[in-house]
Design a protein around this ligand. Structure first.
Ligand code: DAH
Length: 339
């Protein structure tokens, strides 16, 4: 019996040492220590031994069981440790790898230029006013000296919402809204989106941006207008920039003018961008018409003023050398990510 016990012990310990996975260990435990296991069988047969042998064999059997049990549990522990070590090895993260950066947005060129233009005028003491994009016919046309059926309305193809409400065709209506609320001196700029029912092409978009200016005070003259706009052009396009004013007509100013700046691309010698003229038209301006001052509840006998309106999209295109206004509105990331 001693020999049997020793054999069982040896076999069990060998197979524990060879076991590859925890399933194997469980099978070994059942095989030797289970209810029908080999060691259990032997212990059952103890009764047949002589009284002298019984305690000796009993002690040996218990020792064998103890050896097998402790071999099993230390092997289980070893396997757990190996599994953990393997997982740790396989799941290590290389913290030195660069992360995935979420793409960072940037300012739209229109916003960048608007910020620059605004800065220039804030520097000259202007403040920013805003008006609604859905506007009354009254402010968009009538109070700007363009009554119903006035031919000048035809130059601004308008999106009407109903007979009295429309999408503003320019930022000029805000002139009236500000004058109604504020007494002179007034010195404001009005940036904003405007709408016209134009067919889309390289220079026309049904939505575009303007920046309006209005100055009303005592003794404002055409000289103030020219001085402010000349300073603006130099700050914006460079100190060498020259300006020229050409007579024009707007119903809401008298006299009226358009201002050109010397071409940013060629400096005035003539190129493709300025159609070889050396000049780029960037805004309309003039002395506020007395009728318009009256619509704004301002006495034209005491006050005078000048106003201007520029197309921001044109300024953007000049600065960046963009030749198609549609690019500003298509939201093509390949275009926008260049800024
Ligand atoms: N509102 C005019 C337009 O959209 C631009 C303009 C011209 C605005 C002369 C003015 C101005 O304030 O004085 O064509």
């Amino acid at each position: 019996m001693r020999e049997m016990l020793e054999n069982i012990c040896k076999q069990a310990l060998d197979s524990i040492a060879e076991a590859k996975q925890s399933n194997d260990l469980e099978a070994i435990r059942v095989k030797y220590l289970g209810k029908k296991g080999q060691l259990t069988q032997i212990l059952r047969g103890m009764g047949k031994l002589s009284p002298e042998e019984r305690p000796v064999m009993g002690q040996l059997a218990n020792q064998v069981r103890g050896d097998i049990e402790s071999a099993l549990s230390s092997r289980v522990k070893e396997m757990e440790e190996m599994t953990l070590a393997k997982r740790l090895r396989e799941e290590t993260i290389d913290v030195t790898l660069p992360g995935k950066r979420p793409p960072l947005g940037g300012l739209h060129p229109l916003t960048t230029v608007l910020n620059q233009v605004t800065d220039v005028f804030l520097g000259m003491g202007f403040s920013v006013a805003e008006g609604p994009e859905v506007e009354l016919d009254y402010y968009n046309f009538e109070a700007l000296n363009m009554p119903r059926n006035h031919p000048a309305r035809d130059t601004q193809d308008t999106f009407y919402i109903n007979e009295n409400i429309l999408l503003r065709t320019h930022t000029s209506p805000t002139q009236i809204r500000v004058m109604e609320k504020q007494n002179p001196p007034i010195k404001i700029i009005v940036p904003g989106r405007v709408y016209r029912s134009d067919a889309v092409d390289a220079t026309h978009s049904p939505i575009f941006h303007q920046l309006e200016g209005l100055v009303v005070d005592k003794n404002i003259t055409m000289g103030d207008l020219k001085g402010v706009l000349d300073v603006f052009a130099k700050r914006m396009f460079g100190e060498k920039t020259r300006t020229r004013f050409r007579p024009h007509h707007f119903p809401f100013t008298e006299p009226s003018a358009e201002m050109d700046v010397s071409c940013v691309t060629c400096g005035g010698s003539g190129c493709r961008v300025c159609s070889n003229t050396g000049w780029i038209e960037i805004l309309g301006a003039g002395m506020v018409h007395p009728t318009v001052l009256e619509y704004g509840n301002i006495d034209p006998n005491r006050y005078s003023g000048f106003a201007f309106g520029m197309g921001l999209d044109r300024v953007v295109n000049q600065i960046y050398g963009i030749d198609d206004i549609r690019l500003l509105y298509e939201n093509d990331i390949r275009f926008l990510s260049q800024f």
